[in-house]
Ligand binder design. Structure first.
Ligand code: C2E
Ligand code: CA
Ligand code: CA
Length: 633
């Protein structure tokens, strides 16, 4: 609207200015031409009366004729005179002027060359024009007050200016209105485009986090007035990072687009959906309670069942969904977003597809946020310490090595399980530093035991995230060099799932680590999706059977069969097979029969700090020699 007025006023301003300039020019043109007009008139008079005036006996007639013509063609105030030898021989219409002053005044004003001009006679401006009568010495002079003429000019101009002004003004108003509406329409379109860009996600075209927050707040106000419930869903794709890393970002982008169109098809018209970033989406369901939101969630989960087929590659990506309800769970946008996030995290952890926010776990998210913060500090201050769990050779009962397990004693919350803080370290990007600190402590202790007569291998757990970093082998190498430990005594445990993330990159790093002489172990074997192909191609030295099979192997035939199969498979591939999670003698005996290579579990020892492990080692040695003595006796 402001722009319209600006355009209107500027066009009007230009119009008025143009009118004024045009008027001035016209005025000048008219006043200047008045002298020419007078001259032409005089020439005409001259032609008309010359003969009559110069013929003897005719002056009277001539004078009358002159007077008629003067009145006819000029104003009442104009003066017409004829002079000869600086004497006035005829004068008409010089009322109010001193006739004696006219000729001297005129003489000073005109020269031979000028035929017309302006003079001041007794304070009045006059146009003058002069014409020589042919063949004699008479001169015909005409004077006309400029004021009269100007009045006529201005009134003539005014009329024209007013009428043309109206027309131009009318046109200007229309032009400016058309112009301004066109420009403001273009600006509106540009504005709309910019606003759309600022409030929508480029890839999927869905509203972004900002727009969702606006809508959420609007819905909150509406629902507070109408006292109606609504639901907020947070959706996170499972395995998306893996897909992105393995199949490339363009593939990942295509999946996101398809997910967004599947989500759009699963919601009602009045619901709104947004992409919050990465593989995270949100859905707002107005006038919806728990039952309604579960219906919608089921539709979404159903829509995600079908695999995504892109360029002949078919892949699956399920979603984990968190539900937070208004007013039941919270009455502010921030709280609802946070609780939906907590619920989504719970769904992901439980692999349940979806979870409704649980009020009884109210401290959960606060605790998680606090822990994440504190963990960052703890890692930076090198406050994560390690415990070691012995690994015992089946044949000799000697301790061949230890598994290094990270521990974090929170100053207020006490012991935090590695399952909890390792995931957090992966999420906050601290895992790399943490892993190197763990490795460093382990190598330091390992070289200390060596000096005390215990040659032990150390196993370190390596997170998936570390396997994405191409500089990892170099860094590990420099730490090993620093502690003068034999590389062959260092084993890296990688979970089976980790290998699936980005086999090409992880494979390259693992090859490098293998070439450096490090041992590689596949951890939690049996739970992932390992293919025999990568076992054959990667420099894997050890398979660690997942403890879930070991824990139940005495009571579950299938677990027993799995353990047996893994041991055979490992041996066929030339790998050492480790059984972890041995909690009792029965399990130990079964494993001995199955010919497993290495034993680990609470039955031998829980993970222990370095000093207690050393005491344990001495005690264990004693027991082994006693039993050796008994068996030899
Ligand atoms: P993991 O690598 O499978 O480690 C073995 C886990 O089984 C350890 O749990 C250990 O205490 C436990 N365990 C050993 N023997 C028995 C047994 O007889 N019975 C039972 N019930 N459990 C037994 P922990 O120390 O809580 O570690 C849990 C997981 O945290 C580890 O599983 C590993 O995945 C991760 N983790 C621990 N430290 C690190 C680390 O430094 N880096 C990385 N990336 N992950 C780590
Ligand atoms: Ca392990
Ligand atoms: Ca394990």
């Amino acid at each position: 609207m402001r722009l319209r007025f600006q355009i209107l006023f500027s066009v009007l301003g230009i119009t008025f200015l143009a009118q004024a300039v045009f008027g001035l020019l016209a005025y000048r043109e008219l006043t200047e031409s008045r002298g020419d007009q007078l001259t032409i008139f005089l020439q005409y008079l001259t032609r008309e009366i010359a003969e009559r005036l110069t013929l003897p006996g005719n002056p009277d007639k001539a004078e009358r004729h002159l007077e008629e013509l003067r009145k006819k063609f000029s104003t009442a105030q104009s003066v017409l005179l004829i002079q000869k030898d600086d004497r006035i021989v005829y004068i008409a219409g010089a009322e109010g002027l001193n006739r004696a002053d006219i000729l001297p005044g005129l003489k000073s004003a005109y020269s031979d060359s000028d035929k017309h001009g302006m003079i001041d006679l007794e304070g009045i401006q006059f146009y003058w024009a002069v014409s020589q009568l042919p063949n004699n010495e008479y001169e015909l002079i005409m004077l006309e007050p400029a004021g009269d003429n100007e009045d006529r000019i201005t009134s003539a101009l005014r009329m024209r200016l007013v009428s043309s002004g109206f027309v131009i003004l009318w046109m200007a108003v229309w032009v400016s209105l058309i112009l301004s509406s066109k420009i403001s329409r273009q600006l509106d379109e540009k504005n709309d485009q910019l606003e759309h860009l600022a409030l929508h996600d480029n890839l999927t075209g869905l509203p972004n986090r900002r727009l969702l927050t606006d809508r959420l707040e609007q819905l909150l106000r509406q629902s507070q007035r109408s006292k109606e419930p609504f639901a907020l869903l947070l959706i996170d794709l499972d395995r998306f990072k893996e897909i992105n890393d393995t199949l490339g970002h363009p593939f990942g982008d295509e999946i996101l687009k398809r997910v967004s169109s599947r989500l759009l098809k699963s919601i009602r018209e009045e619901d709104s959906i947004a992409r919050l970033g990465g593989d995270e989406f949100a859905v707002l369901l107005p006038q919806t309670d728990l039952q309604g939101s579960e219906l919608c969630v089921n539709r979404i989960m159903h829509s995600m069942n079908a695999p995504f087929r892109i360029n002949d590659v078919s892949t699956e990506s399920k979603a984990s969904i968190g539900i937070a309800l208004y007013p039941e769970h919270g009455e502010s946008a921030d709280v609802l977003m946070q609780y939906a996030d907590v619920a989504m995290y719970q769904a992901k952890k439980a692999q349940s597809g979806y979870a409704v926010y649980d009020n009884s776990q109210n401290t959960y998210s606060v605790r998680r946020l606090q822990l994440m913060n504190d963990l960052r500090d703890a890692v930076e201050k090198n406050e994560i310490h390690v415990h070691y769990q012995p690994m015992i050779d089946n044949a000799t009962q000697q301790v061949t090595g230890v598994e290094t397990l990270a521990r974090w004693q929170h100053p207020v919350l006490g012991n935090i399980t590695p399952d909890e803080f390792i995931t957090m370290a992966e999420q906050t990007g601290q895992i790399r530093l943490l892993t190197m600190q763990v490795l460093e402590q382990a190598l330091k202790d390992c070289s200390a035991w060596e000096k005390l007569g215990y040659h032990l291998g150390v196993s370190i757990n390596l997170s998936t995230y570390c396997l994405q970093d191409l500089s990892l082998p170099e860094e590990i190498n420099s730490i090993i060099q620093r502690y003068d430990v034999d590389v062959a005594d260092v084993e890296l445990e990688i979970t089976e799932g980790a290998l699936m993330h980005d086999l090409s990159r992880a494979g390259k790093i693992l090859d490098q680590l293998g070439n450096m002489g490090l041992q590689l172990a596949i951890d939690d074997f049996g739970t992932g999706f390992s293919s025999l192909n990568y076992l054959k191609n990667l420099p894997v030295a050890t398979l660690k059977i997942d403890k879930s099979f070991i824990l139940d192997m005495c009571d579950s035939e299938s677990d027993n069969a799995i353990v047996k199969t893994i041991i055979e498979l490992g041996h066929n591939l030339g790998c050492r097979v480790v059984a972890e999670g041995i909690e009792n003698q029965r399990t130990l005996d079964s494993l001995k029969l199955l010919n497993v290579d290495t034993m680990q579990g609470f039955f031998y020892s829980k993970p222990l700090p370095a000093d207690r492990l050393f005491a344990w080692l001495i005690e264990h040695d004693k027991q082994v020699s006693v039993s050796e003595e008994i068996s030899s006796a």
